[in-house]
Design a protein around this ligand. Structure first.
Ligand code: GTP
Ligand code: MG
Length: 262
């Protein structure tokens, strides 16, 4: 048992080192990474299509790397924007790691890239524990997923530096309760900004681009309480499940694992 825990910690620690190196290298050349994570089908690619399009029209040099277990569907969609796009197939792995990202950027990422959007594998568990050298981590939730997702996936939402609600064009139809969602976000990540978006109407697309550019300009992103406690983006242990089996991670002092019989 201890050995398994040690192995997980070692994998995470190795990733933290790779992420720190990547962040330093990319920041030095003027590239800011935006890591997008959400459950499958929340609308990451659709929103990214709109972001890339807007960035291109505004003359901002952007690129996108999208990760999936299988298919090149997302890269084909994103590629229509005309900006550099790369598909990464993770070979069964449910998340990206910093070293993988590093390898894929080598010789591909254009030198002048200001923003690199990374669409993580659709999953609210595994990707949450892996820093990709990003300077802005965005957790997305669509209005159809239920207002309780921040509470059920406290690591993903608790470590986000920005929370994005997607598909707001259908919020009314699915009776999305924005106030409850915001209250739930506040519980796991006090002070984080929540941006309402719709890839269909274009709502919030400009806001997300502006937030990313602001971080690229050197304005500090939100520091989540979870991260400030020494549990993310700073080389320390996340205290989370870092395996590939998809168990929700639990944060030692805020969300102890609970087994209950109902
Ligand atoms: N109504 C509405 N539908 C949307 C919106 N954004 C995405 N969708 C739909 O939601 C579905 C999933 O969207 P994707 O962009 O593929 O979601 P994803 O998060 O990239 O999915 P994975 O990469 O598989 O995790 C598609 O049928 C989209 O057309 C939106 O803003 N409004
Ligand atoms: Mg996608």
């Amino acid at each position: 048992m201890c050995r398994v825990v040690d192995l997980k910690q070692a994998v995470l620690a190795k990733n933290e080192t790779a992420a720190r190196t990547l962040r330093t290298e990319l920041t030095a050349r003027g590239t800011t990474v935006v890591n997008l994570l959400s459950s499958p089908g929340s609308g990451k690619t659709a929103l990214l299509e709109a972001e890339l399009d807007l960035a291109r029209r505004r003359g901002v040099p952007v690129a996108a790397l999208t990760a999936d277990l299988a298919t090149e569907n997302d890269a084909l969609r994103l590629g229509r924007s005309g900006v550099p796009v790369k598909q990464v197939l993770t070979d069964g792995l449910c998340h990206l790691e910093a070293a993988m990202l590093s390898r894929h950027l080598d010789g591909w990422l254009p030198e002048d890239t200001r923003l690199l959007f990374v669409e993580n594998v659709g999953n609210l568990v595994c990707p949450a524990s892996y820093d990709l050298g990003e300077s802005l981590r965005v957790a997305l939730a669509s209005v159809t997923e239920g207002e309780d997702k921040p509470l059920k996936y406290p690591t993903a939402f608790g470590l986000a530096q920005l929370v994005v609600v997607t598909k707001t064009d259908i919020a009314e139809a699915v009776e999305f309760d924005e106030a409850t969602f915001r209250a739930n976000v506040r519980q796991v990540n006090p002070g984080v900004e929540v941006v309402l978006t719709s890839a269909r109407t274009g709502a919030g697309v400009g806001t997300l681009l502006e937030r990313a550019l602001s971080v690229a300009d050197g304005c500090p992103a939100h520091t989540p309480v979870m991260a400030a406690g020494g549990h993310s983006h700073d080389g320390h242990d996340h205290g989370h499940d870092g395996d590939h089996h998809g168990h929700e991670a639990h944060h030692g002092h805020t969300h102890p694992p609970v087994a209950r019989t109902l």
